[in-house]
Design a binder for this molecule. Structure first.
Ligand SMILES: [Zn+2]
Ligand SMILES: [Zn+2]
Length: 418
């Protein structure tokens, strides 16, 4: 069907605005807005029929006048975004099903294949006006904020994308879990057992860092994604454990991280400390969690029965470089698959020796269970220090002193005393 014939048939549906008329041919004629396309088609149609020109009126059988309210939507969007710092945005539109149906009917009746859907034009047109009004940039990929124009409800919904911060933390106090741990009794709603806090432990590394991050970015929440985790009772020393902090619904997006770092380290002195290394992306969360890192541990071991220094040294040298077969430890078997894993002891040194007690430093491959390497876990881990000494050994204290990505630069890799 010739284009002017189609335009005539479209006009038979009833009054139509230039936006909607032009959008039915939206993929034709590059560099025009739908509004311009529509007006051109209306003029061409008038001339072909040789009838008096009448511009589009307020009514429209497709959008019901939506396009005459775009400036109001821009205003609503600006209001909804007020108080949020952002550089980039994207507009989304929820179109009333009736309006979508109006245009889809015409597409299929007239076999139109060059039409653009209504929401695409609203997104673009409101986006352009918002750019002009605010000086911010529309960006498809990972914008700072998303504004959803909810046409049926007459309001704008704002989704603020998180800010991500990369860093490392050191934990200097025992008994602090890495992340919030909801109370087992009540699941977090609050009960007598947890003194109505909803938590198993009053603090976590996540909260000790997060409370400052939340305040700094005026955010709703702060979620810690750690590169592995240490036991609640273990310290995390040395350079610290890498993490990415997800700042949820921040009102402020750019802050001086060195000031924030100082504030955290001052306020939480003696409990944790952090190094904030920079801003990150969502992809870095997956990366930091997936990284398989080696850890250097310091273990205080208690040995049942007196032992000579020679015996300890012999046991240690046969563990050095050994591949350890570990059946999933008893203490975690209720929540992990029962498997036998093989992990290497990359380095081990005696830091301090006594008759019943010694301090060891062990560099383990990612996934090596250190407690079980010492105790033997009733024969589930082999070889173990207990097995080699022929005496039961128990772990008194276990700390992570270093998290490493490679052996390079590690003191213990050469099995030298630290
Ligand atoms: Zn319209
Ligand atoms: Zn509780």
């Amino acid at each position: 069907m010739a284009m002017m014939e189609l335009v005539g048939k479209i006009m038979d549906y009833g009054e139509i605005c230039d936006h909607c008329l032009g959008r039915l041919f939206g993929k034709r004629g590059h560099g025009l807005t739908n509004d311009e396309r529509g007006r051109a088609l209306r003029i061409a149609h008038t001339m072909e029929r040789n009838i008096p020109y009448s511009p589009a009126g307020d009514g429209c059988c497709i959008c019901r006048g939506l396009f005459s309210t775009l400036d109001e939507w821009v205003e609503r969007t600006i209001q909804a975004l007020e108080g949020f710092e952002y550089r980039t945005f994207i507009i989304g539109t929820r179109v009333p099903p009736m309006l979508a149906e109006n245009e889809e009917m015409i597409w299929s009746d007239l076999h139109l294949s060059d039409a653009e859907p209504l929401n695409a034009e609203v997104n673009r047109e409101v986006g352009k006006r918002l750019e002009r009004r605010t000086g911010k940039k529309a960006k498809m990929d990972r914008p700072d904020v998303v504004a959803i124009l909810d046409i049926p409800r007459g309001c704008v919904e704002v989704q603020v994308n998180p800010v991500f911060i990369r860093g490392r933390y050191v934990k200097l106090e025992r008994g602090i879990p890495q992340t919030r741990w909801p109370c087992r009794e009540c699941g977090g709603s609050g009960c007598p057992r947890c003194h109505q806090t909803g938590k198993m432990y009053p603090d976590s590394v996540e909260e000790l860092i997060g409370r400052h991050v939340k305040a700094c970015f005026s955010a709703e929440d702060a979620i810690l994604h750690g590169g592995g985790r240490e036991d609640i009772d273990a310290l995390m020393l040395g350079e610290g454990r890498p993490f990415v902090m997800e700042v949820v619904k921040p009102r402020i997006r750019i802050r001086d991280l060195s000031t924030l770092q100082e504030e955290i380290n001052r306020a939480e002195a003696g409990r944790i400390s952090v190094v904030l290394t920079g801003y990150a992306e969502r992809a870095d969360v997956r990366e930091v969690k997936a990284e398989r890192m080696m850890k250097r541990y310091r273990v205080t071991v208690e040995i049942e029965g007196p032992i000579s220094p020679g015996e300890i040294k012999r046991a240690i040298s046969s563990l050095r470089g050994a591949t350890i077969r570990q059946r999933t430890p008893m203490r975690v078997s209720h929540r992990r698959a029962d498997l036998i894993r093989e992990r290497r002891v990359l380095g081990i040194v005696l830091v301090e020796g006594g008759q019943n007690r010694c301090i060891l430093e062990i560099l383990g491959e990612a996934g090596l269970y250190i407690k079980e390497l010492i105790t033997g876990d009733t024969g589930r881990t082999r070889p173990s220090l207990s097995e080699l000494l022929g005496r039961q050994c128990n772990v008194i204290e276990l700390d992570v002193v270093e998290v490493l990505r490679s052996l390079e630069g590690s003191v213990i890799a050469n099995n030298k005393k630290v």
